[in-house]
Design a protein around this ligand. Sequence first.
Ligand code: ADP
Length: 813
Amino acid sequence: MRRIPRSRHVRAAITALVTTGLVSLLAIGSFKPILPALLFVLAIAAASAVGGIPYGLLAGALSFVSLMFLWEEERNEIGFTAAEEGVTALVFAVTALGVGALLERERRARKVAVGAQASSEAAAAASVRLQRAAEALAFAVTPAEVLDAVLTQGVRAAEARAGLIAVLTEDGKELVILAQRGYPTDQLSGWARFPLEVDYPLSYAVRTGEPVFVGSESERVERFPALPSIAQPTHALVCLPLVVEGRTIGGLTFSFAQDEVFDEDRRRLKIALARQAAQALERARAYEALEASESRVSLLAEASRILSTSLDYETTLSQLASISVPGLADWCTVDVLDAQGGIRRVAVAHEDPAKVEWGRDMQRRFPPDPEAPTGTAAVIRTGEPEFLPEIPQEFLDQATARDPALAEVVEELDLSSWICVPLKSHDRILGALSLVGTGERVFTLADFELATAVADRAGVAVSNALLFREAERRGDAARALTYVGDGVVLLDSTGAVRYWNRAAELIFDRASPDVMGRPASQVVPGWELVVQHVEPAEASSDELARSTTVPITAAGRERWLSATAVDFGDGCVYALRDITEAHALEQARSEFVATASHELRTPLAAVYGAVRTLRRRDVQIGGDDRELFLEMIESETERLSTIVGQILVAGQIESDSLRLNETTCTLPELAESVIAAARIRAPESIELELDAPETMPTVRCDEDKLRQVLVNLVENAIKYSPDGGEVKVALSAADGQARIDVEDRGLGIPAADQTRIFEKFARLDPALTRGVGGTGLGLYIARELVERMGGEIHLESSVGRCSTFTVELPVES
Ligand code: ADP
């Protein structure tokens, strides 16, 4: 039965007593008995109206008693029959019951109406709150903003003190707290993530999809004993699953500042909020994912752009590392394998330049162990990437086991997440790209995939750069081989030509295309000689290959080659230097030694013989003979001194220490004195003649040296005219040049030798078959002297008939 307020009982009791009492008082007067009866009805109705049926019945009973005793007995005016008494009692009872029931119904109806109005107002208020929360959620683009919206707007009315949003991990096994508001910092430490399986209120809500409403700490302890108690007292708690399209994506927790009773409305409100929050969170996550994927795409595009800008891969890798921080990682490093197989760090990047310096310093202090079981060195060694969203302590322990100082540094770094992917080209590992997250950062699978994509591009870029360098190196090597002065010939293991450079073409007079692929012995006559005499060195040996000199006939000419060979297993490479000229010079030099010894010995023997004869006491030598011997001694000594002089001048020319003493020289005088001296020694068959014009310009020259030249030319003319004949010195001048021709009618010089005879030690008859001696230095010295005096020497000759040597010198201006 409905409870009636106490005041109403009092009012109803008073009404019942007073109204019936008043009507009873009328009995003192002289009213018709029907009137009090009617008035009693009214009193009963009033009592019933105020207090309901019981008070109506009370009033009815009082009225009946009053009517029966006061009105009937004391005044004795009404004589009720028993039936009338019964009817009166019935009327009173019906009045009490009817009016009471009627008014009760009316009161109830009013109450229901008031209640309906209140609940409709409450619903409107809840809907407004929900509306506000929905609006706030509509603007939330990050999970933290979603939580803010839920806490500030949606739950303000619910008086939640703190809240958090957790999401399910990809494998659905754990809950990770995305954002929280209002909890003291230490309260959530160690709660970044927790398994879904354990019996905590939030994991229960997420696991079962059922909201959890806990009114007080004691209720929580009872329902979720597994949840460890925290130091502070806790109160009401609500954990709601976040469900989007039938899929639970996480959970929402509200903590309250006091114990609460969650009626149906409040529960509904919170569930509705959770639904909206779930949608907002999903949208925020989709937005985040979209943003992340956009930034990934743009990072990848930027990485590709950087890698294609230059072939200097160290610079591009450095730039690549720079753009990876801090967007993708806190630290980014790139290591490459160097030519010796060592690991070289080419890039270190961090947002803070001071840390970059520090990072480099650390690398120097703690160089990577190439045999390390994990980390960059392991990735480079095995080619297998490493991806640790959360770095386990064992991983760090293993990496720092060898050095406690390193362990300290790593501890300080607060490493949280790790990605290391190899830089590859085809099957070759060129290095590794490492990304390090610190503090809160946890790399996702998408980060790993991005790192892999970037590393793939970097691998191609490094490989291209290396190929380019190799191509350049090979290009240089090819150029060096092509243009080197020595012939380079590469033969494969069958002896076929695989490479034939320009110098080889010139030496053997065979173009490369003609010889490629053909056996060397076929294309170079006498190649066997090279193979026979040249001992190939082993490519692996540290010693230089020894050169051997071999003669080869090529293009109809005999050539002397200095050859070295190196066997590299699949074939042999020959380096061939044409030393024909040097060989000829060497030969000439040794011939010179023989000739010069002979040339020196002949006059010495003559002088020695003459001196010994003169000193003989047993033989009487007459005055004329003595004179003859002395003349011979004089001329042979002169000859000796000429030879020695020639050798000395040649030495001076070679060492470039020859000094000229230039004066004005009158050629006719000089020529005259040379001819005069020659006449004394010349055989009778020789006719010496000077042909000089009346006037002849002077020349500026070293007179002694020019005399030496003329003496040599005239002596040669006499020497190489064994049958005698005219030897003429003719002087002339034209076009600023003074000209001296020395003509003879002697042996002549073949055209092929006309250049050669001016070379050092060159003699046409080194074997002295004609018995004419000489050093082969005279014409060489003559040419050198004339050229140093600014003139020229040349020759015209016809074999067996004549020779004319011409000296031209500029006239003195
Ligand atoms: P040499 O001491 O042998 O004479 P030269 O340098 O003066 O040395 O001459 C070089 C060679 O040139 C000689 O050995 C000789 O064969 C040749 N020659 C020089 N002058 C004449 C000439 N007038 N007629 C023919 N042959 C000559």
